[in-house]
Design a binder for this molecule. Structure first.
Ligand SMILES: [Zn+2]
Ligand SMILES: [Zn+2]
Length: 433
């Protein structure tokens, strides 16, 4: 703990003293916009669109940003929308991000604005639902845009509103999401100094949680092909058994996180979720294919665990007289909250939370493509609780469930958090490292 504190303290160098005063004028503006935020959220919830297909949602957002007088770019990374709000005073450039895509999930929540939308996904007819709660993110950021646009002349800096498609991953064969937005220059011209983003999830409604450093894991794809030599099931010595070799590989892989990685620095995970090999019981096959996922939360672990996985798989296969081919596809990077920025903005999160407390969160082993923005500029990503009072967040339906439900009481907290993060960051000047 001491080390962590020192690390933050050394990195926090600000060009001016931040002010964290609660402004009644800002609070009033937020109160005024909230009925619209609720209406937008219900509208987007009722009209969900899958990744790279967020046409209606993008139009709703673009029309709103234009009506607020912003410069608006559309069609960014297919359906993304970026609005630029130039304040009346000079200052840093703050980017705020909301993801817009829904999921191929058939809604089972009984709501007057429940989704009845259906589509074809990977050849199957399915419902479409905002089962990850991105409808809340869109509505919250539209509300923040209206609040900050109303304060344009007093705003000491520029705000980039990034409405992102396909956070859940683009459809097969397509590009998309944050990675593509970054490639299309969303963080440049003008160059954003910092980025903030939030995600709703099951937790006490209005509670804000955060973590310095790795808050969500890097998720990398793992594919292993073990090649042996086919033989009769009764004569294993006549060939090389890739099935027994695969069993040894699976067990050995589990000793990498448990025996080789520093568990006190951050957890890591290696999972084999799919294994294919063989055709019948009395034939030892030629090969086995295993597919899995690798999760890391510490940037120092990321390439290291890949090297250990390759070494383990290849050497275990070699010991059996087999060969193994390891393919690791880097997917989402670690969602890494800049320590200096996080330390500096915690008072703002505390101020914005419903209970006046923002809590530190254990690391989350899921992944987020917000991480691509954070690879380019310092960013802070945090969670907003949406579980109604009286419901246990631990047992309620999770994100991606057809029963996922977000209490609208969380919406003003989200608007307050992103608005106040922008204003407080501008008041404090750029983070210098
Ligand atoms: Zn999701
Ligand atoms: Zn999500």
């Amino acid at each position: 703990m001491v080390l962590a504190l020192c690390r933050s303290a050394l990195l926090v160098v600000v060009t001016a003293s931040p002010t964290f005063a609660q402004s009644p004028a800002v609070a009033r503006r937020i109160d005024q916009v909230m009925p619209k935020v609720v209406a937008w959220r219900r509208d987007v919830h009722q009209n969900p669109e899958l990744g790279n297909r967020e046409v209606r949602t993008a139009k709703l957002v673009a029309d709103h940003l234009r009506a607020l007088g912003m410069e608006v770019r559309t069609g960014v990374a297919h359906t993304g929308v970026v609005g630029l709000l130039k304040g009346g005073k000079p200052g840093p450039i703050v980017a705020l991000r909301a993801d817009m895509d829904a999921l191929p999930v058939t809604e089972q929540v009984s709501l007057p604005f429940a989704s009845r939308v259906r589509t074809t996904y990977n050849g199957q007819e399915v419902g479409v639902m905002h089962a990850c709660g991105h409808d809340n993110h869109v509505a919250i950021l539209m509300g923040v845009a209206e609040v900050l646009a109303g304060m344009k002349s007093e705003l000491a800096g520029t705000v980039k509103f990034i409405f992102q498609p396909a956070e859940e991953g683009p459809p097969d064969g397509e590009d998309g999401g944050a990675k593509m937005m970054v490639a299309e220059g969303v963080l440049t011209n003008p160059a954003a100094d910092v980025i903030f983003g939030l995600h709703v999830w099951p937790d006490t409604v209005g509670r804000l949680t955060y973590r310095e450093g790795g808050i969500m894991a890097a998720a990398d794809g793992l594919r292993i092909v073990v090649r042996g030599k086919q033989t009769h099931g009764a004569v294993p010595w006549g060939g090389v058994d890739p099935i027994v070799t695969s069993a040894q590989i699976i067990n050995s892989l589990q000793t990498i996180p448990s025996r080789q990685m520093d568990l006190t620095a951050a957890p890591s995970i290696v999972t084999i979720g799919q294994i294919t090999g063989g055709i019948r019981g009395n034939i030892i096959p030629d090969s086995v294919v295993m597919v899995g996922t690798i999760r890391t939360l510490d940037p120092a672990h990321h390439d290291d665990i890949h090297a250990r996985i390759r070494r383990t798989v290849e050497k275990v296969a070699e010991s059996a007289g087999a060969t193994a081919e390891v393919t690791i596809v880097k997917a989402y990077p670690i969602t890494y909250n800049d320590p200096a920025l996080t330390a500096r903005m915690v008072p703002t999160l505390k101020k914005a939370a419903r209970d006046g407390k923002a809590a530190v969160l254990p690391p989350v082993t899921g992944a987020e493509d917000f991480s691509y923005f954070q690879q380019k500029i310092p960013g802070l990503y945090f969670f907003l609780g949406v579980t109604p009072d009286g419901v246990n967040p631990a047992t309620t339906a999770k994100n991606h469930s057809p029963l996922f439900f977000a209490d609208e009481k969380a919406l003003p907290v989200g608007v307050r958090a992103l608005t106040q993060l922008t204003l407080d960051y501008m008041a404090g000047g750029k983070v210098v490292q």
